[in-house]
Write a protein that binds this ligand. Structure first.
Ligand code: SAH
Ligand code: DHB
Ligand code: MG
Length: 225
């Protein structure tokens, strides 16, 4: 029964009902994002909770997000931060950033979260040049074509023990379809090759189903820098 996409929504709802915290600010962020015309491509609620659990598990005090949209995943991860922790979210689109800032403020997280507008690679290069303190968790979720570059730059912004997480890591399984040559799929394959080839990383991809359909979440741990 549950091998059918129709049931994936129902099972995500069941998971959310039984396991996830009741957080009106997260719900409100999705409503406000939809009203502002943002696409509904935020992580699912169970995935948001996974990000929060991973952040808490590594004792994250500094989180970098690449691709903010309306701030939904940022709110999930920022909830896992200690009161003096920070989350920096990089976003290309000024309008998305504005929506996100409002959603983040509404969640009471304005002090812990900064949304920085610009091309993520530029922001990352500038942080590297300035000797920015390493991040404990980096969540890559912006344009898929940029993933290989984001990973290369992320490796210069982490410490041993940091996590690098990449959303949309199987592109609905298209990564293994030899007839798929789209830029996103090609870039995700390259991203995964880089993850596998880097001796400083141990990595996996967990395939996911749910409200977002079939996809995967890449999770890598920095074993040395
Ligand atoms: N992490 C969000 C979803 C992000 S959607 C969540 O789960 O709630 C991807 C976002 O990446 C979009 O808002 C898009 O504007 C942004 N983006 C696309 N290209 C970018 C770039 N080059 N630099 C920074 N952000 C980018
Ligand atoms: C889509 C989903 C995502 O999680 C994302 O980051 C970008 C696009 C999509 O389903 O189109
Ligand atoms: Mg995504």
């Amino acid at each position: 029964m549950t091998d059918h996409p129709g049931e994936w929504h129902a099972v995500d709802a069941w998971i959310s009902e039984l396991l996830l915290p009741d957080d009106p600010a997260l719900e409100a962020a999705l409503v406000a994002s939809a009203e502002a015309g943002l696409p509904s491509i935020a992580v699912s609620a169970p995935q948001g909770q996974l990000l929060a659990i991973l952040a808490a598990s590594v004792g994250a005090r500094r989180i970098l997000e690449i691709g903010c949209l309306g701030g939904y995943s940022a709110i999930w991860m920022a909830r896992a931060l200690p009161t003096d922790g920070i989350l920096l979210s990089l976003e290309l689109d000024e309008k998305n950033a504005e929506v996100a800032r409002k959603n983040i403020a509404n969640a009471g997280l304005a002090k812990r979260v900064e949304v920085r507008v610009g091309a993520a690679a530029d922001s990352m290069r500038s942080m590297i040049a300035k000797g920015e303190e390493p991040f404990d968790l980096i969540f890559i979720d912006a344009d898929k074509g940029g993933y290989p570059e984001y990973l290369t730059l992320a490796m210069q912004l982490v410490r041993t023990g940091s996590l690098i997480i990449g959303d949309n890591a199987t592109q609905r399984g298209a990564v293994v379809d030899s007839t798929s040559h789209g830029t996103d799929v090609v870039a995700i394959r390259r991203f995964t090759e880089l993850l596998g080839a880097d001796p400083r990383l141990e990595a996996t991809i967990i395939q996911t189903v749910g409200t977002k359909g079939l996809d995967g979440l890449a999770i890598a741990r920095v074993t040395r820098t």
